[in-house]
Write a protein that binds this ligand. Structure first.
Ligand SMILES: [Zn+2]
Length: 309
């Protein structure tokens, strides 16, 4: 295993910013990600070739996993059951039958505050759009969840932390309108760090807009199911992610409003083990169920069978 111990400057530590050292498929340490093979380009200068990594380290059990095996297992660690984050498009493919249609993907943020921190918000948006191929941090699809026609919105965490600005808010509001018009149940899969600070108060206005729409859905007696995935925090937890007729989560998902460090400093107490994870929230009555990814689709179908009868 000497190759494994050899210091390699190209191996970057997990830098997804989470204090628990958790990571996803893309930010996990990627052994063998860079080829040492150095061919020469047309003009004679050496070029570097990046080959796709075959292995990924599980943040749950620290085992090295074969990527293809992980993908075949729905991005759930076969050794310890750790649920890796997955993208919005993968989520839709996982839940809906083939032949669904994507809608409302053409909205783009106008940068209403002309916001700049260390980078301009416009450049952050452009980079995220290039990286994900999406216009913002959400996709809505119309399709069949087993026998049930549904409106499904899934959030994309890799797009500026899945944060909610005007576009995410408006996309969800339109998904609610589609549910109201067709009477098809609404399912929202959340994965978000909260409101998008670069849109300031505009992103907070979305909370009221969405909550009002969900109240209309409730009055019309149309089912609304929330699926909380890792992570669901901040203004998302404080609004639509907890307003479902049924609120379910994937195992081990971080779910909370403020982060644990902020809470510890405020209340000056040590927080209990597993605080803000799905299982803890289920035990304390904030969730209706914790459902493993492999069972999610059949669980949702059964829930809709029950709700629609
Ligand atoms: Zn594992």
């Amino acid at each position: 295993m000497s190759w494994f111990k050899r210091p390699n400057p190209n191996l970057q530590p997990d830098d997804d910013g989470e204090p628990n050292g958790d990571g996803d498929v893309n930010s996990g340490q990627d052994f063998g990600a860079e080829s040492t093979f150095a061919p020469v380009s047309d003009d004679g200068s050496p070029t570097r070739v990046r080959t796709e990594g075959l292995w990924v380290k599980c943040p749950g059990c620290r085992q090295i996993l074969f990527k293809a095996e992980l993908e075949a297992n729905l991005h759930v660690c076969p050794k310890c059951g750790h649920h890796f984050k997955i993208g919005a498009r993968q989520r839709i493919d996982l839940l809906l039958e083939p032949g669904y249609s994507l809608v409302d993907g053409n909205l783009r943020s106008t940068d209403p505050l002309n916001f700049t921190d260390i980078k301009t918000y416009k450049s952050r948006l452009a980079a995220a759009q290039k990286q994900t191929g999406l216009n913002d941090a959400i996709i809505t699809a119309l399709g069949q969840l087993g026998p049930h026609a549904v409106v499904l919105s899934a959030m994309e965490y890799t797009f500026i932390g899945g944060s909610m600005g005007a576009v995410v808010g408006e996309t969800i509001a339109r998904a609610i309108d589609r549910s109201l018009a067709t009477r098809h149940p609404l399912v929202i899969v959340s994965a978000s760090g909260g409101a998008r600070m670069m849109e300031g108060v505009v992103s907070l206005m979305q909370l009221a807009k969405i909550a009002t729409g969900l109240a209309q859905l409730d009055e019309a007696r149309i089912p609304y199911i929330c699926v909380l995935t890792d992570p669901t925090t901040g203004g998302i937890t404080a609004s639509f992610a907890m307003l479902g007729d049924l609120n379910i989560a994937e195992p081990g998902a971080l779910i909370g409003f403020a982060g644990p460090r902020v809470i510890e400093q405020t209340i000056r107490q040590k927080l209990p083990e597993g605080f803000q994870r799905s299982e803890f929230l289920l035990e304390h009555g904030f969730l209706d169920a914790v459902v493993p990814r492999a069972e999610l689709k059949s669980y949702l179908i059964r829930a809709l069978d029950f709700m629609k009868n």
